[in-house]
Design a binder for this molecule. Structure first.
Ligand code: FES
Length: 110
């Protein structure tokens, strides 16, 4: 086993877990896949891919609150995220990145 330092300064996990109809609700059916794709494109457009990684995650067991996004290493959790929330979330992540201070969620998001 090799132990390495983190290759990115921030990792944004977007839950894209998908379940069959009739099973427990899932983030994918609530739009998790679109949020992941949009966020990845935003990070690319801002040329931040060397610092911020957008990764999809499996279920984080908060399915009824989805779609869910978690920012690491800040351990800030966003639930019921919509496409309109992505810009303020990414802005907050960038502010944290630039300041070196922990991520402060945007005021419009509880
Ligand atoms: S499916 Fe996303 S938290 Fe469970």
């Amino acid at each position: 086993m090799d132990v390495n330092s983190l290759p990115f300064e921030k990792i944004i996990f977007v839950c894209t877990n998908e379940r069959a109809e009739g099973e427990r609700v899932c983030c994918m059916s609530a739009g998790g896949g679109e949020l992941r794709d949009t966020l990845k494109a935003m990070v690319k457009a801002r040329q931040l891919r060397s610092k911020i990684r957008v990764s999809q995650s499996g279920c984080m067991d908060k399915c009824e609150d989805g779609p869910n996004i978690m920012v690491f290493p800040d351990n800030v959790w966003f639930s019921r995220v919509t496409a309109a929330d992505l810009e303020p979330i990414l802005d907050a992540v960038v502010r944290s990145l630039e300041s070196g201070e922990p991520l402060v969620p945007p005021p419009s998001i509880p």
